[in-house]
Design a protein around this ligand. Structure first.
Ligand code: ADP
Ligand code: ZN
Length: 726
């Protein structure tokens, strides 16, 4: 018997593949149980060879878990790309690509279903003999007719009845693997009535359809309501009709029942939905059905990008600029970038849609690497919202609102319209201070002021979520004169109910919409005009349309102008534009007012006067001059520790290890949030105009970083193409 040397990706945080021995070949993509230290772990085979230089310490694979690969060629090569590009541990990458149940080593077979049927004896049995047990009689009669699933049967007959029949040998349980039904939608699909595309939509649909079966990335840029979803729908129709599957990624918050039902209604087929609330059992079932080519449309959030497709046809990333596509811990991948890679490997079109494309994607479109499709007209039902700046300098303010703003609100409310007030903070106020000595109540672990939550009489740290009761005296001087600073949603809600007692109002933030369907209920009430005043955070800017809103007020947009995060202006512009897009309709055009202390700021001027598209092209020029992404590539090495000096020392050692002429190293410096959960946080930014060179250099240097004396004493990580510097 010859020994085969099998390469296994083992789920440990080490950037290496491990070799094990086995007595036969194993195909890549098969899961195996392997000894690792004192444990047994579920790994995935990624390769094999017939000789190795040093066999002395190799262990044997203990068990093979699959008869055929759970990951196909494309999935495996995407994983390989992920661990190379993100410099991440291969075993952790493969685990990310698998549903939780498969990571744990459970069977990858389609689940079996329990059934009941009559036995040979039961088939002959005269049910009249059961006259005194009418429920048993009924049950047996039904099974004599045809077998039934246990779940269906149990919904009508008690366990005691089934048991009695089984003990008399009249019925028996059996199990059956759910059979697969590839391209099931082809028989059941029914296209409902659809609008005629306008000229721009027709061009976009034709462009996408023309490239079926080829790698072709598209940027579909169009303001909210311009008919992007309609373009998706018509391109999907062509794809489904050709027997090909479509995978759609959406931001977590944009995945509403309406979104899903719009797809289901158009095609008359069930749409599979994947998001963070889905159970592991459902997740693995969808994974299997998608892999066997049964599902035509799969729609999901970030990690849905790993769903295998037997008949891949098209990928869509809706709201491609959304930050939720980037994972911020563990394997810090960007699902949009992975989608580009996947479309390339699967040879299919990829549509990136947004009203406010990220500068990265826009740059690719302007540079002709992506085909640029534009929808400039709003489709039926909506009009553009006019944007204005409201100078609040020297203005008396009430609850964060200037008199001018209040006057506008009165005007719109008196006409029976709705007003939306956007504020970036939830809670009552972002700080509690002593009016006497100025002491600020601060979270010790994060060194940040606590947010005041008046309703629950508590202070909460928005960085680590720790809470404590609201104090009544100053901890420092004992004075009883505690005052709040700044304005959050809760305070705004209270203030507005004083100022506008006749307007029914609703607050929409992550505190108020907790719980299933709560947001949905609120949104329905809003659209039925049961509320006049809407107060909320980011949640309001995504995925919902408010046809009765004619005034949008943004409380404060100055923070973003002076942020240390170079993406802050881009994020602000996206937020403002998305918010504006949510309001109004043709017969009720909306207006938007941004309160600012910097009305002359060129960025704000550009945004309100020329719109996002103009702003974004201008912002790209600025990025180019500053040599910032997308004109350079970045990697952040982060380190955190309870001892600040330790984290800093590790990064300065890393800096020496990484130093080279071709690379710009910035730092070590504190993260934008310097301390979180008791740990001090520092970062070292690596930047280079040549991505390949940066990656190659990093690949060679990382083993040295791992070997640094302090490496094991700090928590450190490597973030490729970082989007968040907090
Ligand atoms: P987006 O995805 O860009 O926000 P939608 O596709 O949702 O835009 O379109 C906005 C509204 O306009 C929807 O109600 C949609 O049904 C309608 N619509 C889209 N395209 C057309 C069209 N060609 N003719 C008529 N109505 C359209
Ligand atoms: Zn804290």
């Amino acid at each position: 018997m010859t020994t085969v040397y099998i390469d296994v990706a083992v789920p440990v945080p080490l950037r290496q593949i491990f070799t094990y021995t086995f007595d036969t070949s194993l195909p890549a993509g098969v899961r195996v149980s392997v000894p690792f230290g004192k444990r047994h772990l579920v790994g995935v085979v990624v390769g094999q060879h017939s000789t190795v230089t040093d066999t002395a310490r190799l262990k044997a694979i203990s068990k093979v878990l699959d008869s055929e690969p759970v990951l196909n060629e494309v999935s495996l090569s995407l994983c390989r790309w992920l661990w190379q590009y993100y410099h991440h541990a291969p075993g952790e990458v493969l685990h990310t690509a698998l549903p939780v149940k498969l990571r744990k080593g459970e069977s990858a077979q389609r689940s079996t279903q329990a059934w009941y049927q009559v036995s040979a004896k039961g088939a002959q049995f005269s049910t009249d003999e059961l006259a005194r047990a009418p429920r048993q009689k009924l049950c047996l009669e039904q099974l004599q007719n045809a077998p039934e699933t246990a779940s269906h049967l149990k919904s009508r007959f008690s366990a005691a009845i089934l048991k009695a029949l089984e003990e008399r040998g009249l019925i028996e349980p059996f199990t059956q693997i759910q059979s697969s039904n590839p391209q099931a939608w082809l028989n059941s699909m029914q296209i409902s009535e659809k609008p005629r595309p306008d000229a721009e939509q027709a061009v976009a649909i034709a462009a996408i359809n023309q490239r079926a079966g080829q790698f072709a990335p598209f940027l579909l840029e169009g303001v909210t309501g311009s008919g992007k979803t309609e373009v998706y729908l018509q391109a999907i129709e062509t794809t489904l009709s050709a027997g090909r599957q479509v995978l759609i990624l959406v931001p977590e918050i944009g995945l509403t029942p309406q979104t899903v039902s719009r797809f289901e209604q158009r095609f008359g087929i069930e749409v599979a939905v994947l998001h963070s609330q889905i159970t592991d059992t459902t997740r693995v079932a969808i994974w299997q059905q998608a892999r066997e080519g049964e599902l035509g449309i799969i729609i999901g959030t970030r990690s849905a990008i790993f769903t295998p497709l037997k008949y891949p046809g098209m990928l869509i990333v809706d709201e491609e600029h959304d930050e939720s596509f980037k994972q911020q811990d563990g394997l810090r991948y960007h699902a949009r970038d992975l989608a580009v890679m996947r479309a390339r490997k699967e040879n299919i079109p990829l549509v990136l849609g947004s009203a406010t494309p990220s500068l990265e994607t826009l740059n690719n479109a302007l540079g002709k690497r992506y085909q640029h499709l534009q929808l400039t007209q709003r489709a039926a039902g909506a009009a553009a919202t006019m944007q204005h700046l409201l100078d609040v300098r020297d203005q008396p303010m009430r609850f964060g609102l200037a008199e001018g703003t209040l006057a506008l609100m009165r005007q719109h409310l008196s006409k029976g319209n709705q007003v939306l007030v956007f504020v970036n903070r939830r809670g009552y106020a972002p700080a509690l201070l002593c009016h006497h000595c100025g002491y600020t109540e601060t979270c010790q672990r994060c060194e940040r002021p606590y947010t005041v939550h008046r309703l629950h009489q508590r202070l909460q740290c928005h960085h680590c979520a720790s809470t404590r009761p609201m104090p009544h005296t100053c901890q420092s001087c004992g004075a009883k004169d505690l005052v709040t600073a700044g304005v959050g949603t809760e305070q705004l809600e209270q203030g507005l109910s004083q100022l506008f007692p006749d307007a029914a109002q609703v607050r929409i933030d992550s505190d108020s919409v907790r719980g299933k369907d709560k947001l949905q209920t609120i949104l329905n009430k809003i659209n039925h005009q049961q509320y006049q005043l809407l107060i909320g955070t980011q949640i309001l800017s995504k995925g919902h349309h408010f046809p009765h809103v004619t005034l949008v007020v943004v409380l404060d947009c100055d923070g973003a102008l002076f942020s240390a995060d170079f993406r802050a202006p881009e994020k602000l512009a996206q937020l403002v534009t998305q918010l504006a897009g949510r309001a109004g309709r043709a017969s009720k055009p909306g207006e938007m007012w941004l309160q600012t202390h910097n009305p002359g700021h060129p960025l704000l001027q550009d945004l309100v006067n020329n719109g996002y598209a103009h702003f974004a092209r201008h912002a790209l020029l600025e990025r180019k001059m500053a040599q910032l992404p997308p004109y350079s590539a970045q990697v952040v090495i982060r380190a955190e520790a309870i001892d600040a000096a330790l984290a800093w020392r590790f990064l300065s050692q890393a800096q020496s290890a990484l130093a080279t002429d071709t690379l710009e190293l910035i730092g070590p410096m504190p993260g934008l949030i310097e301390k979180r959960q008791g740990r001090f946080r520092f970062m070292l930014v690596l930047q280079s105009a040549r991505r390949q060179q940066l990656h190659e250099h990093l690949r060679l240097a990382l083993p040295h970083l791992s070997a640094l004396p302090d490496a094991s004493k700090v928590r450190w990580s490597c973030d490729v193409d970082p989007t968040d510097f907090s």
